[in-house]
Design a protein around this ligand. Structure first.
Ligand code: PPS
Length: 286
C-alpha cells in the first residue's frame, strides 16, 4: 500500500477504501444531527472503541448483552465511512455515533443542536506507537517500515484524520459548550470508575453502584479483548490482516517510552511545544 491510497478532502487525508468524498460532503453539510444523538469523537488510536464500549454499557444500564451481541460498528457506527453513515441513518434514536473527524468537517447541524459530544484525547506519543502497529494489520492504512518514517508523517499531519495537534486544538475550542465533554484516555486508565460516573453525569444518566461496577468490569481491556463484538476480529481479511497483530494490542499509557529514542522524543517535544502553545488545558502527560 502506498500514500496514493490516501486522498485529501479539504486538506485532510482519508483512506481510499470505505470512505469517499461524497460521503464526507454529505456528513458535513447534509447529515441531520438529532438532539438525542451521542457522538463519540476521537482522533484515531486514542480510545474510540473503548469509549464506544463504555457508552454502550451506560446506555444499557450496565447490562453487557448489547456489547456482547452487537458489533461495535453497528451500535456505534463510524459516520464518515460509507457503511457507517448508512448504519447511522437507519439506527433508531437515540443514536450513538463514532467519528474521527476534525471539527471543521463534522456535521454542521451539530452546532445548532443539543446533541452531546464526548471527545477523548490520548498522549500523542502513545497514539503514534499504536498507529505504527495498527498500520501493519489495517490494509487501508499505509504501512511504515520504521517508527521513524511514521514519526515524520505524524508530526506533519500527513496521516488519516490530519494533524493530531489541529484535531485536538479544533475540538478543544468547543470544550466550554454544555453539550461537549472532554475526556482523556489516561483518565480512563487511572480511574475508570470515576470517569464512568463523570460521563454518566454529563449524559444525565443515573446508574446505581452495581450498574456502574458492571460498566467498569465489562469495559476492561481483558473483557473487551475477549469480546468478539468489540475486538475487531470480525473485520474481514480484505481490510485487516489478523495474522499481523491485534487491535486490542497493549492498552497501556506510556508505551512510547519503549519505542522512541531520546532524539525522537526530543523532536516530538519540540514540535508539541510549538503546536500547543496557548492551549488552555493541562493534560495528564504534560
Ligand atoms: S481506532 O482504530 O482508531 O478506532 O483505534 P482506537 O479504538 O481509537 O484506539 C485503539 C487503542 O485503544 C486501546 N484500547 C484500550 N485500552 C485500554 N482499555 C481498553 N478497554 C481498551 N480498548 C481499546 C487499544 O488497545 C489501542 O491501543 P494500543 O496502545 O495499540 O494497545
Amino acid at each position: 500500500m502506498s500514500s496514493e491510497d490516501y486522498f485529501a478532502y479539504k486538506g485532510i487525508l482519508f483512506p481510499t477504501q470505505g470512505i469517499n468524498e461524497e460521503t464526507l460532503s454529505y456528513v458535513e453539510n447534509d447529515f441531520q444531527v438529532r438532539d438525542d444523538d451521542i457522538f463519540n469523537v476521537v482522533y484515531p488510536k486514542s480510545g474510540t472503541n473503548w469509549m464506544s464500549e463504555i457508552l454502550g454499557l451506560i446506555r444499557n444500564d450496565g447490562d453487557p448483552s448489547l456489547v456482547r451481541n452487537v458489533p461495535v460498528f453497528e451500535r456505534s457506527p463510524w459516520i464518515e465511512t460509507d457503511q457507517g453513515l448508512e448504519t447511522a441513518l437507519k439506527n433508531p434514536p437515540p443514536r450513538q455515533i463514532s467519528s474521527h473527524l476534525p471539527i471543521q468537517l463534522f456535521p454542521k447541524s451539530f452546532l445548532c443542536s443539543k446533541a452531546k459530544v464526548i471527545y477523548t484525547v490520548r498522549n500523542p506519543r502513545d497514539v503514534l506507537v499504536s498507529h505504527y502497529y495498527f498500520s501493519k494489520m489495517l490494509k487501508v492504512w499505509k504501512e511504515f517500515g520504521t517508527l521513524e518514517e511514521l514519526l515524520q508523517e505524524f508530526l506533519s499531519g500527513n496521516v488519516p484524520s490530519g494533524s493530531w495537534f489541529d484535531h485536538v486544538k479544533g475540538w478543544l475550542q468547543m470544550k466550554d459548550r454544555d453539550n461537549v465533554f472532554v475526556m482523556t484516555y489516561e483518565e480512563l486508565q487511572q480511574d475508570l470508575r470515576g470517569s464512568v460516573k463523570r460521563i454518566c453525569h454529563f449524559l444525565g444518566k443515573e446508574l446505581n453502584d452495581p450498574q456502574i461496577d458492571s460498566v467498569v468490569e465489562n469495559a476492561s481491556f481483558q473483557k473487551m479483548k475477549d469480546n468478539k463484538m468489540s475486538n475487531l476480529t470480525m473485520i474481514e481479511e480484505a481490510y485487516m490482516d489478523h495474522k499481523k497483530g491485534k487491535f486490542m494490542r497493549k492498552g497501556i499509557s506510556g508505551d512510547w517510552k519503549n519505542h522512541l529514542t531520546v532524539a525522537q522524543s526530543e523532536l516530538f517535544d519540540r514540535v508539541y511545544q510549538e503546536n500547543m502553545q496557548g492551549v488552555n488545558m493541562t493534560f495528564p502527560w504534560d
